[in-house]
Design a protein around this ligand. Sequence first.
Ligand SMILES: [Cu+2]
Length: 159
Amino acid sequence: MSAAGPHALDNESARSPRGGAARSAVRVAALFAICLPLCTGIARACGEALVGPTRKIDGASYTVVFKTVPDPVQVGAHFALDFAVCPRGSAGVPRAVRVDANMPEHRHGMNYRPVVTAKSSTMYRAEGLLFHMPGRWDLTFDIDAPGRVERLTGVLRLE
Ligand SMILES: [Cu+2]
C-alpha cells in the first residue's frame, strides 16, 4: 500500500476523457432536441435539395419531387431516382416508400426490383431501375403511411 496509489487513480480519472465526452453527448442531444422541432417546422420547398430539372407529383397526402440519374433515361441501361417525399397538411413521415415501374400499354413491369434507401426524413434514392424497351413507362411511388398506402404515378416516355 503506497501513498501514490490513490493519487495515481485520481490523476487517471482526472485525465479520463469520459466526463467530457458525456457532457458533449448531452450537449449534442440538447441541440438536437432544440433543432428538431425548429428545423422540421421551417417550410422549405419540397425537393429543393435536388439539383437540376425535377418532376413533381401531387397526391392527396404527399408530394413527390423526383429526378432520374442520368436524365434522360436510356433504354436498356440501369438508372437511379433521387426523390423527395413531402407530407401535405397533417400527413406524417411515411413508414416506407416503394418504387416500381410498368408499361400500361403493354401490361408488363420491369425485369428488376429497385431498392429504395432513405437519405433523410424526406429524401430517398432508388437504385436498380431499368427500362428494357422504349415507349410509355409509369413510375409508381407507393408511400406507406399509417392506415393507408398512397400511390403517386409519374409518366416517362422513352424514345
Ligand atoms: Cu413494353
